[in-house]
Design a protein around this ligand. Sequence first.
Ligand SMILES: NC(=O)c1ccc[n+]([C@@H]2O[C@H](COP(=O)([O-])OP(=O)(O)OC[C@H]3O[C@@H](n4cnc5c(N)ncnc54)[C@H](OP(=O)(O)O)[C@@H]3O)[C@@H](O)[C@H]2O)c1
Length: 267
Amino acid sequence: MEKNVEKRVAIVTGASSGIGLATAKMLIEKGVKVYGLAKNEFVCDFDYIQCDVTNLQEIENTYKTIFEKEGRIDYLVNCAGMGISGSVENSPNEQIQKIFAVNFFGTVNMCKLIIPYMRKNNYGKIVNISSVAGELPIPFQTFYSSTKASIESFTAGLAMEVKPFGIKAVCVLPGDTKTGFTKAREKNELDDASYGKRVEKSVGQMEKDEQNGMTADSVAKVICKALFKKNPKPINVVGFKYKVFIFLSKILPKKFVYNILYKLYAK
Ligand SMILES: NC(=O)c1ccc[n+]([C@@H]2O[C@H](COP(=O)([O-])OP(=O)(O)OC[C@H]3O[C@@H](n4cnc5c(N)ncnc54)[C@H](OP(=O)(O)O)[C@@H]3O)[C@@H](O)[C@H]2O)c1
């Protein structure tokens, strides 16, 4: 466990809602100076900056402003994200590009531009939020799952590149979590008779699981633990149940694992 966390400066994206908001509040409780970022203006009792993670200029300006004021940026937590649902065949290309722009390239943009600032102090911790869906792909949320799998390999590669600069990058993988994510999911309305009621059933099940899922606070706890640990684990799965699922998926034949996922979410 690190000492002097109260001297640290953190940036949390997606801080207006759900996991990002819970993380911002928890870090403040621990004494960390927090700047919360979100695309839209929001009401809160901590410092916030309106910043779209898909906008490089806004990110540059945000980092510059914070660094000039604080002289350091120690923690970056990338929570900004969105969901889409629908079949691969019928997903509009604009929607596919949008989810990659926000979830994957948004994370890439934030990480890429923070490196020079973290290098200045030879210190930094980056936590990127992936998902259990990055390990266990969910049908009809195939593009969402793909963005999350991409975040995992991106973070692992980045971590090795920046290790000599005292910067650590890890992933946190939440399972179903009760947040505004469910309502904000962009559902694709184009699925036709060939998919029958499969899409509706699958997404309905997912929505139910999310709304009965764990709290944003339980995810924030794992994020804070990863930030405060001297040597955090590269992959931090949230929740015992999901740790077991991922462990089993690694030791069981993929054919068997995908068949279970098919029965749960695609039949
Ligand atoms: N909830 C779950 O079951 C679950 C499970 C696994 C992983 N996750 C991941 O956890 C992360 C947080 O999700 P959540 O559940 O807390 O969802 P949420 O309550 O919907 O919060 C999403 C946050 O992302 C921000 N955001 C979206 N697009 C943005 C953009 N272009 N630029 C800047 N900010 C943007 C939103 O702000 P605006 O409203 O201003 O856009 C909001 O603050 C996401 O990456 C999600 O994929 C969630």
